[in-house]
Write a protein that binds this ligand. Structure first.
Ligand SMILES: Cc1cc2nc3c(=O)[nH]c(=O)nc-3n(C[C@H](O)[C@H](O)[C@H](O)COP(=O)(O)O)c2cc1C
Length: 644
C-alpha cells in the first residue's frame, strides 16, 4: 500500500503510469445494469409529505432541523435523486454526456450505489437488495431477502431503518488515469458518501458508516461476490455499507451486522447479470488489484470505542452566530452543483464567507454536525490553504487543523519559518493559522499540475493527511478511509460554494512531493491526498444544458472530453512551442486530450527543470484553457538542451 502510494505520485518530470492517451474504442460505459433484474422506476414528482423541496440549504446542518420523512417510494426516490442521480445532460456539437449529483474524477463515475430495503409499497412486497440505476432513476432488484432474515438483520436498529452500499469499478477510472486511478475511485466514494449523507439530511434522516462490516460482508450484502453474475463483466469492488435511520437514535457507533445473517442475505434468491462496460481492456494495471487486496478486509476495532471527540470545537465556537439564513434551497444547491471548469481570476469573497465554509468542515464536539456525524473517526485530513482573494485577509499560505490537537504535530512537521499567526476576526473555534503571507497564485497552479483553476479562484487547498499515524493506528485498509474523508471535505466545499454563489472543483491532478515541499513536509508522516479550488467560475456558454430525465432515451454516450478544436492538436502544440521558444524542436505525441511532449532548445541552458517547463507551458496555455480545450493534460513533459 505504501509502495502503491509512492509509485502513483505525480512528479514534475514524470506522471504516474497511465496509457498516456485515451482509447476511445474501449471507453467504459458509465452505466452498470443488471440484465434480468426487475427495474422499479422511481417517481420524479414528490408529494408534500416528503420533506419539502423548499427546504433551505442551511437547514441541512441544523441538528434535528428537518421533520423525518416517512419511508416510502417517494422518499427513497428523493434520497437517490439527491445522492446519485443524473442532474443534467450537456451537449455540444453532437457530443452528449451526463452529470450527476455526485462528482467524479474525469466524469467517469466508478461508484455504483445499492440499497437494502424493507418491503415498501410500490417497490416490492418483501425486503430486497437493489442496485441504483442512475440513467433510469430506478432500482434494480438484485435479491429478495427473507422477511425474517431482514427482521433479524435490522433488529438492533430503529423501525424503518435501511442500508445503503457503495462499490467501485476501478477499470472505469483506470481506463483514463492508469495506476493513480485507485486513488480517484476512493475520492469518488468519499464524495458519494457525502451526497448520501446530505440526501439523508434533506429527509430528516441520519446516516452512519458501518465501520465494523468488513469488505467480504459488504460484497455478500451487495451480491458483488457472485462470480456467475459478472461473467465477462467488470467486477465491482466492495467499499462500504451505511445505515440510514429515520428516528433520533443514540448509536454506540460500534455498528456491526452478524456474519451469520449476512450469509443468509447472500444465499437469498438473486436476479440479473452485470453488463460488460468495455468491449476489451486495452491495458491492465495489476498494481490496482494489488493495492485493492492490500487495503481489503478492514476491521478497526479501535475506532468506534476509543475515539474521543471532546477536544473538538462546539458549534458556538465555530460560527459567530448560528447560521439560520441563506440564499438557496437544498434542492437547488444539491442538484445545481457543478464543477467550475475555469475560474475568473477576479472574484473575491468576504472573510465571513471563507470562515463559514471552513467551519462547515469541522466536526463538532457533540458529534452532531452534518456530514461528519457519518464518520466514527476523528478528523485525519487537514488543509494547507492558498488564499488568493479573500477580503480583509492577507493572501498567503494558511493551515486549517481540522483536529485542534494536531496543531502542534503539524507545527513540528512543517517549515520552521512559518509564523502560525491567527487571522484577525477568525472564529475562536476554527484552528486556522497564517503560515506565510504573500502571493501564491502561481505556486498553487504550478503544484496542481499547472491547472490555472488553482490560482484563479478565491482560494485553493491541499488536503494533508495525518498519514503515518492513521495507518499505524488503524492499519493499511484505512488508506481508503483517508481518501473518503478527503472526498467528504470536497463535497462540503462543493455545496458551500454553490450556496455562496460561486463554484468549486476537485483537483486530483497535483504534484505530490512538490506540495509537501511547499509546507516543508519531508517525511511520509503527512501526505497530501487531494486538492480543491473555490472561486468565481467562468461559464462555458458553448455548452447546451438539457434536463436530466427528459432526455431522449437513445442519447448516445460519447466522448467525456469533448473539444471543438479543428485540425491536428499534435501539430498545434508543436507549432506553438517552436514559435515561442527560440530555436526549439518539439516532439509531441498523444491524443484524446492527453499528450507527451519533449522539447530541445538552447533556451533551457542554465534554467532549472521547473523554469524550463514553465516556458513550455507558457507557450501552450491557450490550448489548455477552458472546458473545450483540446489539451486536457500534458502527461509527460521533458525539456533538454541540444547536445554540444
Ligand atoms: C476526485 C476528483 C478529482 C478531480 N480532478 C480534477 C482535476 O484535476 N481538474 C479538473 O479540472 N477537474 C477535476 N475534477 C472535476 C471533474 O472533472 C468533475 O467532477 C466531472 O467532470 C463532473 O462534473 P461535475 O462535477 O460538474 O458534475 C475532479 C473531480 C473529482 C471528484
Amino acid at each position: 500500500m505504501l509502495a502503491y502510494h509512492e509509485r502513483t505520485k505525480h512528479h514534475y518530470h514524470r506522471y504516474a503510469a497511465s496509457q498516456g492517451y485515451m482509447d476511445w474504442a474501449t471507453q467504459p460505459d458509465p452505466f452498470r445494469r443488471y440484465a434480468g433484474a426487475p427495474l422499479v422506476r422511481l417517481p420524479l414528482a414528490f408529494p408534500a409529505a416528503v420533506a419539502g423541496r423548499e427546504l433551505p440549504y442551511w437547514r441541512l446542518y441544523v441538528a434535528d432541523g428537518v421533520e423525518p420523512a416517512p419511508l416510502s417510494i417517494e422518499s427513497i426516490s428523493l434520497f437517490f435523486r439527491y445522492a446519485l442521480s443524473l442532474t443534467a445532460w450537456k451537449q455540444v456539437q453532437g457530443s452528449t454526456w451526463s452529470l450527476r449529483a455526485n462528482p467524479s474524477s474525469g466524469n467517469l463515475h466508478p461508484t455504483d450505489g445499492y440499497a437494502l430495503l424493507p418491503a415498501l409499497f410500490a417497490i416490492h412486497d418483501r425486503p430486497g437488495v437493489y442496485h441504483y440505476a442512475p440513467k433510469e432513476h430506478g432500482l434494480e432488484r438484485r435479491a429478495d431477502i427473507d422477511p425474517s432474515v431482514w427482521a433479524d438483520l435490522t433488529a438492533a436498529f430503529p423501525e424503518g431503518s435501511f442500508l445503503v452500499g457503495l462499490s467501485s469499478i476501478h477499470w472505469r477510472e483506470a481506463w483514463k488515469y492508469g495506476e493513480r486511478a485507485f486513488r480517484y475511485c476512493q475520492h469518488d466514494v468519499g464524495h458519494a458518501l457525502g451526497t448520501l449523507r446530505f440526501a439523508a439530511a434533506a429527509l430528516g434522516w441520519k446516516l452512519y458508516l458501518l465501520d465494523r462490516v468488513d469488505d467480504g460482508a459488504v460484497a455478500q450484502l451487495l451480491g458483488l461476490d457472485r462470480d456467475a453474475d459478472y461473467a465477462g463483466a467488470e467486477r465491482e469492488h466492495p467499499d462500504l455499507v451505511a445505515l440510514v435511520v429515520r428516528e433520533k437514535w443514540a448509536s454506540d457507533r460500534g455498528l456491526c451486522l452478524s456474519k451469520e445473517l449476512v450469509s443468509q442475505v447472500a444465499s437469498s434468491r438473486w436476479y440479473g447479470a452485470a453488463n460488460a462496460l468495455s468491449r476489451e481492456h486495452s491495458a491492465d494495471w495489476p498494481v490496482i488489484d494489488q493495492v485493492a487486496v492490500a487495503t481489503t478486509n478492514r476491521m478497526f476495532p479501535g475506532i468506534a470505542t476509543d475515539e474521543e471527540f471532546s477536544k473538538l470545537p462546539s458549534e458556538e465556537e465555530l460560527f459567530e452566530a448560528p447560521v439560520r439564513s441563506g440564499s438557496f434551497t437544498a434542492d437547488k444547491v444539491i442538484l445545481g452543483r457543478r464543477s467550475a471548469v475555469s475560474m475568473d481570476a477576479s472574484t473575491a469573497i468576504p472573510a465571513a464567507t471563507f470562515f463559514r465554509m471552513l467551519a462547515r468542515l469541522m466536526p463538532t464536539r457533540d458529534g452532531r454536525s452534518v456530514p461528519w456525524d457519518a464518520l466514527p473517526w476523528r478528523p485525519r485530513i487537514h488543509l494547507g490553504i492558498f488564499v488568493h482573494r479573500v477580503n480583509d485577509l492577507s493572501p498567503g499560505i494558511y493551515l486549517l487543523a481540522r483536529d485542534p490537537e494536531k496543531v502542534e504535530p503539524l507545527q513540528q512537521a512543517m517549515r520552521p519559518e512559518f509564523i502560525w499567526q491567527r487571522p484577525p476576526s477568525c472564529p475562536p473555534g476554527l484552528p486556522l493559522y497564517l503560515l506565510k503571507a504573500g502571493d501564491c497564485r502561481a505556486l498553487a497552479a504550478r503544484v496542481s499540475c499547472g491547472q490555472d483553476i488553482a490560482g484563479d479562484g478565491a482560494f485553493s487547498l491541499g488536503m494533508i493527511a495525518d498519514y503515518r499515524d492513521s495507518l499505524a493506528t488503524y492499519g493499511a485498509a484505512f488508506y481508503r478511509n483517508l481518501f473518503w474523508e478527503a472526498g467528504l471535505v470536497g463535497q462540503v466545499l462543493y455545496l458551500e460554494a454553490e450556496e455562496a454563489g460561486i463554484r468549486s472543483t476537485g483537483i486530483g491532478c497535483y504534484f505530490d512531493d512538490p506540495v509537501h515541499e511547499v509546507f516543508g513536509i519531508s517525511s511520509c508522516g503527512w501526505q497530501s491526498l487531494y486538492h480543491f479550488t473555490v472561486g468565481g467560475p467562468v461559464e462555458d456558454t458553448r455548452l447546451t444544458t438539457l434536463p436530466a430525465y427528459n432526455h431522449n432515451k437513445d442519447t448516445p454516450m460519447s466522448s467525456s472530453h469533448p473539444t471543438d478544436f479543428q485540425g491536428s492538436v499534435v501539430d498545434a502544440l508543436r507549432e506553438a512551442i517552436e514559435r515561442q521558444i527560440p530555436n526549439s524542436q518539439a516532439e509531441v505525441s498523444g491524443g484524446g486530450g492527453h499528450f507527451s511532449i519533449e522539447v530541445t532548445s538552447p533556451a533551457f541552458a542554465g534554467k532549472s527543470m521547473l523554469e524550463s517547463q514553465r516556458l513550455v507551458y507558457g507557450a501552450i496555455t491557450h490550448l489548455m484553457k477552458g472546458d473545450m480545450a483540446p489539451v486536457h493534460a500534458v502527461d509527460s513533459l521533458k525539456t533538454r538542451t541540444p547536445a554540444p
